[in-house]
Write a protein that binds this ligand. Structure first.
Ligand SMILES: Cc1cc2nc3c(=O)[nH]c(=O)nc-3n(C[C@H](O)[C@H](O)[C@H](O)COP(=O)(O)OP(=O)(O)OC[C@H]3O[C@@H](n4cnc5c(N)ncnc54)[C@H](O)[C@@H]3O)c2cc1C
Length: 404
């Protein structure tokens, strides 16, 4: 039954996506009720709030003829233990392994589909040789600064949505080709051992004063232990093992998104709507307008056709984060103003990205990349292209270090 646009109907095939939040550190900026740790699908010790209701075939990658080899436990010393099979972890694992090093990747669901919907600038993805991993492209992007005649700007820079399944399959298959070992578990704990810890490595250091000597031993949730000459923390914003100098109290980018079927919408299907800051829809809603004046939000939209479109109401950064209910209310008011009638909601996305990071101790045995390393763009929250671009350099440095 078609519903009016005043209230968004409940999602039919709901995909509630992970909010990402730094693990184990103060987070006064996170909205109340969402204080859990979760990165890319792993409840890293906190409450799990990921529901993937899509068909099983669509929620994992296809790796024909190749499931990664099972890890072989503490008797093997790997050159590199990678914790986290997100984009950054797989990209580094594949490259280090391609140079003949023994690599293991630990993740609770190594072949699971990543939950986040990624948008990227196409030139950046082309430079990475990943243009085949986009499922929809737009030739231009539009920004509305305000409702005035000068308010509309066109960014002549093609934009695309990442085909998550293709990208993950590509990285995963490259890992398998180079004999990366996959361990299906959470990494629960790590101990770092140095030669000065004593014969037989009975003691362990605090992990902060060594970089290339000794080894790290990761204990998995099933009790298995993995030993690595080097350790890469690629757990996203969970930041499981890298140690930081200061408490981490970030502002958050918050966004509430929906993939919907609509009767019609006013947006050009050849352009994506990068930021719509217009607030005409709040003219008769003084309370909502006051909230928006305090913490402005904009609409981001990816039109897939005349009737299928992804909307996201986004707060670039706020401390504390703008609550999801607030973002949803603002989106509903906006859609009503635009005369958009939502017929069905196929996915919901709850996005919470800590912006920035404190500095890590240097040197330390746990290396970081991606969300763990605070590679987030400081104003837009974008990260995918940057971390995939940084992965080869980090991987090559790891190989150099291993070579002594
Ligand atoms: C909803 C959402 C939308 C986003 N959209 C965009 C976008 O459009 N464009 C963009 O550039 N960026 C976007 N981002 C930013 C995004 O966080 C990063 O781009 C990216 O996912 C970070 O990659 P990563 O490899 O560092 O970590 P993640 O992708 O978070 O992967 C971390 C992996 O580590 C695993 N893990 C966690 N803890 C453990 C543990 N203890 N043991 C073992 N494994 C563990 C997780 O299961 C996961 O597989 C978005 C973020 C969110 C939350």
């Amino acid at each position: 039954m078609p519903l009016g646009a005043t209230r968004l109907p409940a999602a039919g095939r709901t995909r509630i996506l992970c909010q990402q939040q730094p693990g184990g550190r103060p987070s006064s900026g996170a909205p109340a009720g969402f204080g859990f740790r979760c990165a890319g699908g792993a409840a890293a010790g906190g409450t799990r709030r990921l529901r993937l209701a899509s068909p099983a075939s669509a929620s994992s990658v296809e790796a024909p003829g190749a499931r990664g080899t099972e890890a072989q436990g503490a008797q093997t010393t790997y050159d590199l233990v990678v914790v986290g099979a997100g984009p950054s972890g797989l990209a580094v694992a594949e490259r280090v392994a391609s140079r003949g090093k023994k690599v293991v990747v630990v993740d609770p669901n190594p072949i699971g589909l990543w939950p986040n919907n990624y948008g990227v600038w196409i030139d950046e993805f082309e430079a990475l040789g990943l243009e085949d991993c986009l499922d929809k492209t737009w030739s231009e992007a539009t920004v509305f600064l305000d409702s005035g005649e000068e308010g509309e700007r066109t960014l002549r820079r093609p934009y695309g949505r990442v085909d998550r399944k293709k990208l993950k399959t590509k990285l995963y298959e490259a890992c398998v080709e180079h004999k990366v070992v996959f361990k299906e578990a959470l990494a629960a704990d790590v101990k770092h051992f140095t030669p000065c810890s004593g014969a037989g490595a009975k003691g362990h250091s605090d992990g902060l004063h060594v970089s290339t000597c000794g080894f790290s031993r990761v204990t998995c949730s099933d009790g298995e232990e993995l030993r690595g000459k080097l350790l890469l923390d690629a757990t996203g914003h969970a930041k499981k093992f890298v140690r930081f100098r200061d408490d981490y109290d970030p502002g958050y980018q918050g966004a509430y998104g929906v993939l919907v079927t609509v009767d019609s919408h006013p947006f050009d299907v050849d352009k994506m709507l990068f930021m719509d800051w217009r607030d005409d829809h709040l003219r008769d809603l003084p309370e909502l307008k006051a909230r928006n004046d305090r913490t402005p939000t904009f609409l981001y939209a990816m039109p897939f056709s005349e009737t299928e479109i992804f909307f996201e109401e986004t707060s670039l950064v706020a401390r504390p984060a703008v609550p999801f209910d607030d973002l949803k209310e603002r989106m509903e008011a906006r859609l009503k103003h635009l005369g958009i009638t939502v017929k069905g909601v196929h996915e919901e996305e709850f996005c919470l990205i800590p912006m920035g990071s404190s500095l890590p101790y240097v040197p330390q045995r746990a290396l970081g990349i991606g969300g763990t390393a605070g590679m987030v763009h400081p104003s837009t929250g974008y990260m995918v292209s940057r971390m995939l671009g940084a992965a080869p350099g980090l991987a090559d440095r790891i190989v150099d270090i291993l070579a002594g």
